[in-house]
Design a protein around this ligand. Structure first.
Ligand code: SF4
Length: 254
């Protein structure tokens, strides 16, 4: 089976435990205002790749994975190519390789797949072949999610319901943008949202600082940058909010 690849990162340390082969798949249904990888949006801009090519690369890297590393599927959005992602995850599990998906939880299905209930079947199979989900919660309220991503929150909610029912192991992430979601109230709403999914096995919650490193890519693609004039999030602000979140994870109050 063939999919669309953006690029690889070998020996990645940020996208899951241990040393990892990170596979950046092409395509994303969201248009996050702060996206620093707009070059991953257009599915047609990626190159064709087979499951076997990626599995062969992962097999070669196996000595570096040790007992904790493995393969992370990132993007773009790996759930923009659900069938390819499922086939790849299952092939990696057949090799006993640890699997992570780095996702916003918004999958892409055809209308007929949704009508036949195939969307839930495919997502459940993806979760069953995934050892750890890195779940980027863009925003906790529907209106804010739509404004930030130009996309409905329904896909994320469906993903979370299935993951919750499976007691999936997750690392939760959220990008904090100055003036957008950087207040104590914003973080409290985030915590209330997570309480809707009490069976998720949340190993950690990471707040990530907004940065401006991707701005030049917009110029190269001829796309106006959506957050002109917004500066990077100060480190002390991030630390203050992360401290609040760490209290939830310590007390189980999330
Ligand atoms: S989900 Fe990721 S790749 Fe897609 S628009 Fe948002 S930040 Fe960019």
């Amino acid at each position: 089976m063939a999919g669309h690849l953006h690029s690889y990162e070998t020996l990645g340390t940020l996208d899951g435990p241990g040393l990892r082969l990170v596979v950046f798949l092409q395509g994303c249904p969201l248009r996050c205002l702060y996206c620093h990888n707009p070059d991953t949006w257009d599915m047609a801009a990626g190159r064709s790749v087979t499951v076997e090519e990626i599995v062969t690369k992962a097999r070669r890297m196996r000595p570096y994975f040790g007992s904790t590393g493995g393969v992370t599927l990132s993007g773009g959005e790996p759930l923009a190519q659900t069938h390819f992602t499922l086939a790849l995850l299952q092939a990696l599990k057949n090799e006993s390789i640890h699997t992570v998906i780095d996702t916003s939880g918004t999958a892409v299905f055809s209308a007929s797949e949704r009508a036949h209930g195939d969307d839930k079947r495919v997502l459940t199979a993806i979760l069953a072949a995934t050892d750890l989900v890195l779940l980027d919660i863009k925003a906790p309220l529907a209106a804010g999610f739509q404004a930030l991503t130009s996309c409905s929150m329904a896909g994320l909610e469906q993903f979370l319901e299935l993951a919750n029912a499976r007691r999936q192991t997750v690392w939760i992430r959220q990008v904090i943008v100055p003036g957008l979601n950087d207040t104590a109230e914003d973080v409290a709403e985030f915590g209330q949202f997570l309480q809707r999914y009490p069976q998720l096995q949340i190993e950690k919650i990471e707040l990530l600082p907004y940065h401006t490193l991707g701005v030049s890519k917009y110029g190269q693609l001829g796309i106006p940058y959506p957050l002109p004039g917004v500066g990077a999030l100060p480190a002390d602000k991030l630390a203050e909010l992360q401290h609040v979140v760490d209290q939830w994870t310590c007390t189980g109050n999330r």
